[in-house]
Design a protein around this ligand. Sequence first.
Ligand code: S3P
Length: 169
Amino acid sequence: MNPAPNLILIGPMGAGKTCIGRRLAERFTLDFVDADQAIVDAAGASIPTIFEHSGEAGFRQHERQVLQHLLAGQGQLVSTGGGAVLDPDNRAAIARRGFVVYLRVSVAAQLERLARDRTRPLLQRPDRAQVLEQMASVRDPLYQGLADLTLDTDLYTPGEATAQLVLRL
Ligand code: S3P
């Protein structure tokens, strides 16, 4: 595998970053680090609570600090939040500090996978489909710009997607 210090998963909500990340980390004996969980641990509050008290801007500040700290480490598989790539400093750190895997997913598959999700504040509204389309139009070019490898996850279970990545890494 590439000698980059970390393996970093990027991609939208519902792409399977956490599920696939756990499996890949085990397969390659890397420490699994979920950036969203690290934000919750550092802030001592859930993501919905952070959004409620500090808004998206406050959440992004936490995210930036936590990611910069995490990505200074090595030997980890880091699963990033879907919006992490919006910040230029995060993009620079991701590009510098790891081999980057973009897990792609269609809006249709996101809607299906996240239908009952209550943990993503940006999706707690009736026009989810439009929100996800709009996010994809802004973020997909950013994900693509960072990706060393891209996998479409729509047709795969997490186990199958992991097997595909093991073949390609
Ligand atoms: C977000 C994605 C979430 C989480 C937060 C914001 C986004 O992470 O960081 O709710 O802006 O796309 P996942 O991609 O792990 O769901």
